[in-house]
Write a protein that binds this ligand. Structure first.
Ligand code: HEM
Length: 481
C-alpha cells in the first residue's frame, strides 16, 4: 500500500529557538498547500520528528473514537521533560491515562459545576465591571487571559492569589507553558531552563495551598480538591506525596488556563463586531429570566442554547488548540495510506472543523481537493481569520438544531465541534469552560454592550493555536447599558 507523501525543510537554528519554520507562513496556507499536493494525509517535519498530518474531519473523528487502542497520546519533548512522572506515564501508557482521567473526573461532574457556579458568576461579574469602568478601551488579548487566570486559579485549585502576587504567579505559568513547546535544553538562560525554574517555584506555591486546604474544614469545592478526594479514595487511603498532588494541580492549571483564555477572547472579540448576535443573546436572556428568574442556576445556564452556539462558533473559527498529536500503536491504513505502528500523527482539528463546513464547500474538504482553484482561494482567505471572514463565517445558528437555526446550514450536527477533541479523551474541562463562557456572555448581554474600536483590524492568526493579534484589532470598549 502507498506510503504518505510529503516533503519538508527545516532550519536547525530555528528549531533550537523553538520555532517551526514552515508554520511561520501561516498554518492554513501551509497545510492546504500540502493538501493540494499530496491529499489529506501527508508527511511533514515537526521539530526533529517526521509527522503524518491528517486533515479530514471524518477521519480525525473516527481515529479519536479509538484513542488509547489504535494510538496513544504524544507530547513534544519539552512537555515530556517538564511534565511530572505520573503525567509522563499516563502519556505513554493508555491504561494509565484512562485511570488518570477517571481520578480527575469528579472534579468536573455536574455536582462540581453546581458548587463552583457562584464563584464563576462573581469572577465574570468583577471582570466585566472592571472593563466597563476602564477609561481607555481594553485589550481583549490581555483581558481574556487575565479572566482565565482567575477562573483557573480559583476554580481549579482554589488558589486565591493576592492581587500583588498575580503577575508573578502568572509569569511562572507562562514560563512553564513556553518551556513545554521549546527544545528541552537545560542550559542557563534557555526558555526550557526558565520553565523548569518557574515550575519549582509554582510547585512550592501550590503545596502551600494544599497545606492550607488540609488545615481547613476540607470541604473546598475546586476541581482539584474533588479530584484529590477521589485520588485518595482510589489509593485505598494510602498517602500521596505532596509532590504528586501539587504536580496534578499544575497540570490542571496548564490544561485549563491558556485554552480558556483563548476561548473567552475569541468569543468576546467576535461579539464585539456582531451587534446582531448580541441582540439575539439579549433576547435569549430575557427568555431565560422569564423562565428561571434572574439567578444563574445550572438549569438556567443549560437552557442558554444560543449562548452555547456563540461559544462553539467562536471556538470553531479561532480554536485555542488547533491540533492534537498521537503515536500510532498499530499498523494503520489512513485515507488509503499505510502508516506503520510508532508513527506520529498530527490531527488538525482546525482544518477538519472549518473545512467540513458545507457552506464553504458542498462536500467539505473532499469537494475542495477536487477544485484546486477553490483550495487556493480558501488557503488565502483563511491564512488569518479577519473581520471580513468573520462577517461571512461567524454564524452561531449553524450549531442550533435545524428548527432553531432559521434554516442555516448545520456543521455535521451540533456535536461536530472538534476543538475540545472527541472520543474517550475529549477535554475533561469542556463543561466547565462552557459554563464559564455562558455565564460571561449572559452577564454581558444582560448588563453591558461591547464594540470593537476598529473592527476591520480584528484578526486571528492560526499558528497551531489561534491568537488574536493586532493592537487596534484587539481593542474593544465595554459599556454599561
Ligand atoms: C476553550 C477551552 C478549552 C479547550 C479548547 C480545550 C481543548 C482540549 C483538547 C483539544 C483536549 C484533547 C487533547 C488531546 O487529547 O490531545 C483537551 C483535553 C483536556 N482538557 Fe481541555 N480545553 C479547554 C479547557 C479546559 C479546562 C478549563 C480544563 C480544566 C482543567 C481542561 C482540562 C483538560 C484535561 C484534564 C484534558 C485531558 C483529558 C484526557 O486526557 O482524558 N481543558 N482539552
Amino acid at each position: 500500500m502507498q506510503q504518505p507523501e510529503g516533503k519538508h525543510s527545516w532550519n536547525p537554528l530555528q528549531l533550537l529557538l523553538g520555532d517551526f519554520p514552515e508554520l511561520q507562513q501561516g498554518e492554513v496556507p501551509f497545510l492546504l498547500e500540502r493538501l493540494r499536493l499530496f491529499g489529506p494525509v501527508f508527511k511533514w517535519k515537526f521539530a526533529t520528528d517526521t509527522v503524518v498530518a491528517v486533515l479530514e474531519y471524518d477521519t480525525i473523528k473516527s481515529l479519536l473514537q479509538h484513542d488509547g487502542t489504535v494510538m496513544s497520546f504524544w507530547a513534544p519533548p519539552g512537555l515530556q521533560a517538564i511534565g511530572s512522572e505520573a503525567g509522563n506515564k499516563a502519556m505513554a501508557d493508555p491504561s494509565a491515562r484512562m485511570v488518570q482521567r477517571k481520578t480527575l473526573a469528579p472534579g468536573f461532574s455536574r455536582q462540581a459545576l453546581r458548587q463552583v457556579l457562584g464563584k464563576v458568576e462573581a469572577i465574570a461579574a468583577s471582570h466585566l465591571a472592571q472593563w466597563a469602568a476602564a477609561e481607555d478601551p481594553i485589550d481583549l488579548a490581555v483581558e481574556g487571559r487575565q479572566l482565565a487566570f482567575d477562573f483557573s486559579t480559583q476554580l481549579l485549585v482554589n488558589f486565591d492569589v493576592p492581587e500583588q502576587q498575580r503577575a508573578a504567579v502568572k509569569a511562572k505559568l507562562d514560563a512553564m507553558f513556553k518551556a513545554m513547546m521549546a527544545p528541552p535544553l537545560n542550559l542557563p538562560g534557555t526558555t526550557f531552563r526558565k520553565g523548569i525554574e518557574a515550575k519549582a517555584a509554582l510547585l512550592a506555591d501550590i503545596k502551600e495551598v494544599i497545606r492550607q486546604a488540609d488545615a481547613s474544614s476540607g470541604d473546598g469545592a475546586s476541581a482539584f480538591e474533588l479530584s484529590l478526594k477521589s485520588h485518595r479514595a482510589n489509593q485505598g487511603g494510602a498517602e500521596l506525596s505532596e509532590d504528586t498532588i501539587a504536580e496534578s494541580g499544575i497540570s490542571l492549571l496548564l490544561a485549563g488556563t491558556d485554552t480558556s483564555g483563548g476561548g473567552a477572547t475569541a468569543a468576546l472579540a467576535m461579539l464585539a463586531q456582531a451587534p446582531e448576535v448580541m441582540q439575539r443573546l439579549r433576547q435569549e436572556q430575557q427568555q431565560v429570566i422569564a423562565q428561571h428568574g434572574p439567578g444563574l442556576s445550572l438549569a438556567a445556564v443549560d437552557s442558554m442554547t444560543y449562548a452555547e452556539a456563540v461559544v462553539k462558533e467562536a471556538l470553531r473559527l479561532a480554536p485555542p488548540a488547533g491540533a492534537m498529536m498521537r503515536r500510532t500503536l498499530l499498523d494503520l491504513q489512513i485515507g488509503g495510506k499505510f502508516i506503520p505502528a510508532g508513527s506520529l500523527l498530527y490531527l488538525s482539528t482546525f482544518v477538519g472543523s472549518n473545512f467540513a463546513d458545507t457552506q464553504l464547500s458542498p462536500s467539505g474538504l473532499a469537494g475542495l481537493t477536487q477544485r484546486p482553484a477553490d483550495l487556493a482561494a480558501a488557503a488565502s482567505a483563511w491564512s488569518h481569520v479577519d473581520h471580513s471572514l468573520l462577517q461571512q463565517q461567524f454564524k452561531p445558528e449553524r450549531w442550533l438544531k435545524k428548527s432553531e437555526g432559521d434554516g442555516a446550514s448545520n456543521v455535521r450536527g451540533s456535536s461536530g465541534l472538534l476543538t475540545f477533541g472527541s472520543g474517550p479523551h475529549v477535554c475533561l474541562g469542556m463543561s466547565l469552560f462552557m459554563v464559564e463562557a455562558k455565564v460571561l456572555l449572559a452577564l454581558l448581554a444582560r448588563e453591558y454592550d461591547i464594540a470593537a474600536v476598529a473592527p476591520e483590524e480584528l484578526r486571528f492568526e492560526q499558528l497551531v493555536a489561534a491568537q488574536l493579534v493586532g493592537n487596534a484589532g484587539s481593542v474593544v470598549r465595554v459599556a454599561k447599558l
